[in-house]
Ligand binder design. Structure first.
Ligand code: NAI
Length: 493
């Protein structure tokens, strides 16, 4: 339970300050103009309202851009409850505006239940995530959602773990002193223990109503494929991340914008001339390296995959192992989606006041728990989401957003236009699974290429691009339809 929880006229919510709603509404209005994909979908489905009857549980950074997504889902007929998928990523003015709604006031809010504020504790985060599952039906009975929209998979995880423990008849207990169990996992267990004590069948009931999940990011998609491979996925899933207009744009060009924004707002150091190390050269790593190089940094990449390493070399970056270059790095950014990338040993070797940040989905890329356990280490908070950690020898490193997504913690995440691409795919995927769920098995699917091209086309035209039209003859020659899709499934862009 959070002391932020309020209920006004049946609308429950927990945000920092409803008084911020006007500022939020102004920024939402500006963002709408920068999100042509979402606005086009609102127009296209204004009459049909294909999400009528959908109860969407959304766990995705509660930003201004997400506000436009939420109001798009609502305009297509959905009922929505929302949380952030990260403790630092909420923009409090956006959350306030969504609760108040375009026609409400702080005294009489008429919007959407949001449970998110910047700087939640992990206990509050998981409490909020649980609130996603408390819709009410027309008779006022508590019902679960019938759709999940996830980013990183935490909402999906809660349902799956809940069902797993329900079937086992017990929520496992972990030894307080066992350092191999992450603090966050203990909180998840506690959340589930509480919910199952109140209703022993809660999670099977919830799961049975869910028609599907649409997943936003690489890390969440990994989790879904693992569940599907083990035969444990409880409902169909659409992998939104691997729509080309998502991962090849948001992950790359989005981070190219917001990584630098986060470093600047967090530290204001001159990036030019500095040595910047980027761990991982996938889509997010490519955008990160390009952004840092664009500021004049000398970029070094670490990779395990020779294909990505070769790409980095041909772009002109040095490719090296972290342990060989960490001592000369001024800025270190992790982008791998993998764990244990920056160990305490590496942190100890970093330069005085070197900057360390992560833009991979979870905070386990950097061993923050291990850093906290270093004997004699002192943490000095410089400002929100910026900490200086001083080692006993007197040298320090600057850690951004406690090792969590710093482009959202220290800045405001990706800009509207790129998120319009990602979120258009989300809306299309929600419509697909909600309206045609019986055509899908409990497996992970991608959207058809023709829809990817549709999303791209809207944004090409919005930027003033002019598409060339294939002649019938040309189309036949390269074996495609005049109207697309223009590429085979295996094409890599
Ligand atoms: P990706 O799979 O394209 O790239 C990750 C790269 O890291 C791969 O090339 C992999 O070979 C490499 N890697 C794995 N372990 C490594 C290690 N030990 N050392 C060096 N390299 C290693 O994934 P993508 O799309 O780039 O996403 C990366 C992470 O960023 C994910 O967690 C994703 O969810 C997250 N993400 C964050 C965003 C943000 O706004 N901060 C936006 C989009 C994605």
């Amino acid at each position: 339970m959070s002391d932020k929880l309020q209920t006004i006229d049946g609308l429950d919510f927990a945000v920092a300050d409803l008084g911020l709603h006007e500022f939020g509404r102004k920024e939402i209005r500006l963002a709408e103009n920068e999100m042509p994909g979402l606005m086009e979908l609102r127009r296209e489905y204004a009459e049909a309202k294909p999400l009528h009857g959908a109860r969407v549980a959304g766990s995705l950074h509660m930003t201004v851009q997400t506000a436009v997504l939420i109001e798009t889902l609502v305009s297509l007929g959905a009922e929505v409850r929302w949380v952030s998928c990260n403790i630092f990523s909420t923009q409090d003015h956006a959350a306030a505006a969504i609760v108040v709604g375009p026609h409400g006031t702080p005294e009489a809010p008429k919007g959407v239940p949001v449970f998110a504020w910047k700087g939640e504790t992990l206990d509050e985060y998981w409490w909020a995530t649980e609130q996603l599952f408390h819709f009410t039906d027309a008779e006022g009975h508590l019902v679960g959602p019938n759709m999940i929209l996830d980013d990183g998979g935490d909402a999906t995880l809660l349902v799956h773990k809940g069902v797993e423990f329900e079937k086992a008849g017990v929520v496992p207990t972990v030894d307080e002193d066992d350092l191999t169990v992450a603090h966050e996992y203990r909180i998840i267990l506690e959340t589930l223990r509480r919910s199952l004590a109140a209703d022993p069948q809660k999670w099977t009931t919830v799961a049975s109503d869910i028609r599907g999940v649409t997943e936003e990011t690489t890390t969440g998609v990994h989790r879904l494929y693992q569940l599907a491979e083990q035969g444990q996925l409880l409902f169909p899933a659409i992998n939104v991340n691997d729509s080309v207009t998502k991962s090849k744009f948001d992950n790359k060009y989005g981070i190219r914008h917001s990584l630098i924004d986060g470093i600047n707002r967090g530290t204001d150091v001159l990036i030019g001339g500095k040595v910047a190390v980027v761990a991982g050269y996938g889509d997010v790593g490519k955008g990160s390296a390009e952004a840092l190089a664009g500021q004049g940094a000398r970029v070094i990449v670490s990779e395990v995959d020779p294909i990505c390493a070769l790409q980095a070399l041909l772009e002109g970056y040095q490719v090296a192992r972290l342990e060989d270059v960490i001592e000369k790095a001024d800025i270190v950014i992790t982008t791998t989606g993998n764990k244990d990338i920056i160990t305490v040993d590496l942190m100890k070797k970093m330069k005085h006041q070197a900057i360390l940040g992560n833009v991979g989905h979870f905070d386990n890329e950097i061993d923050m728990a291990g850093l906290g356990r270093v004997e004699g280490v002192i943490r000095t908070n410089i400002k929100p989401q910026v900490d200086e950690w001083v080692f006993p020898d007197g040298h320090s490193i600057i850690v951004l957003s406690e090792g969590r997504l710093m482009n959202l913690g220290n800045a405001t995440g990706h800009p509207s236009f790129v998120m319009s691409n990602s979120f258009s795919n989300q809306v299309i995927a929600q419509i697909e699974l909600f309206t045609k769920h019986e055509e899908y098995n409990n497996d992970v699917y991608r959207l058809p290429k023709i829809l990817d091209e549709k999303v791209a086309k809207i944004h090409v035209l919005a930027l003033g691009g002019e598409l060339t039209k294939l002649s019938k003859d040309q189309a036949e020659y390269i074996g495609v339809d005049v109207e697309g899709p223009f590429k085979p499934e295996h094409y890599r862009y």
